[in-house]
Design a protein around this ligand. Structure first.
Ligand SMILES: Nc1nc2c(ncn2[C@@H]2O[C@H](COP(=O)(O)OP(=O)(O)OP(=O)(O)O)[C@@H](O)[C@H]2O)c(=O)[nH]1
Length: 259
């Protein structure tokens, strides 16, 4: 399968953000924190001596006990902040951590990286709303880049770095690829259902008011029946059901999560 040209562009933006920042906020989807980590980013940050912080965003979609467990695991490696742009959670904690780092490091430039749809732009916007200083950056710091001054010593790179160098099928499982653009949405939906059936089947019961079946294909059919997604002749419209499930995953309507 050929990788779209836009991926290469995104890759270069992510690289640029990585290069320009000395503090990196890696935004993770709190539902699947370990699957939305990117080891390459972490490796590069380490090699270049950059501070990395995990932002466990969309925490409103998961249980508190799960969040604590995930945070504990993640913090073995990097500082982790439980965040929700939607519920306005974590911002104060993040700003105070950034101030602490700035105290040690002097001026810091904060870059935001993460898979598509994890909430990078939303995070940038909420940081911008909190900014305590004017937008004009210090001379010599801009060089044409968009930097937002958040505090005396804290600058935010206004463009997020998007991690896309994976196949659409894998990205869709992370809620990071438009389901309508998948070649075989049914295969991907079945894979996702397999995972949810293993980890948190009641999320399917809640979202679709169905009885779950251990068999993912049967579960997909049950969802199709419930939604009445049929083709002429009365058969299940597998493609349509698969896309609906993947959209619900992407939008956070399916509240399954796992480590
Ligand atoms: N439930 C929930 N949804 C959120 C949260 N933060 C962002 N979202 C939603 O997630 C979707 C993606 O948010 P964006 O900020 O556009 O994500 P992004 O990472 O910049 O996405 P790309 O531009 O595709 O790379 C939007 O529908 C947001 O409303 C959150 O804390 N909780």
């Amino acid at each position: 399968m050929e990788k779209p040209r836009e991926w290469l562009r995104e890759k270069s933006i992510a690289k640029q953000v990585l290069k320009d920042s000395n503090v990196i906020l890696q935004v993770l989807d709190a539902r699947i924190p370990f699957e939305t980590r990117n080891k390459t980013v972490e490796q590069l940050a380490k090699e270049r001596n950059k501070k990395l912080i995990f932002i466990l965003n969309k925490s409103d979609l998961v249980d508190k006990s799960f969040l604590e467990k995930a945070k504990k695991e993640l913090e073995k490696e990097y500082p982790t902040i439980i965040f929700s742009v939607k519920n306005n959670k974590g911002l104060k904690e993040l700003l105070s951590l950034l101030r602490k780092i700035a105290k040690e490091k002097g001026i810091i430039k904060v870059g935001i990286l993460g898979y598509p749809n994890v909430g990078k732009s939303s995070l940038i916007n909420s940081l911008k709303r909190k900014k305590v200083a004017t937008t004009s950056p210090k001379p010599g710091m801009t060089r044409g880049k968009q930097l937002i001054k958040l505090d005396e010593n804290i600058f935010l790179i206004d463009t997020p770095g998007i991690i896309t160098l994976e196949y659409p099928e894998d990205l869709a499982l992370k809620g990071s690829w438009i389901p309508d653009k998948l070649e075989y949405p049914v295969d991907v939906a079945i894979k996702l259902l397999e995972k949810i059936l293993e980890k948190k089947p009641d999320a399917l019961e809640k979202a679709y008011k169905i009885k779950v079946d251990n068999n993912p294909v049967k579960t997909l059919e049950n969802i199709g029946e419930k939604l009445n997604y049929k083709i002429s002749g009365g058969d299940i419209d597998y493609d349509r059901v698969a896309k609906k499930i993947l959209w619900d995953w992407l939008k956070g309507n399916l509240k399954a999560y796992w480590i």
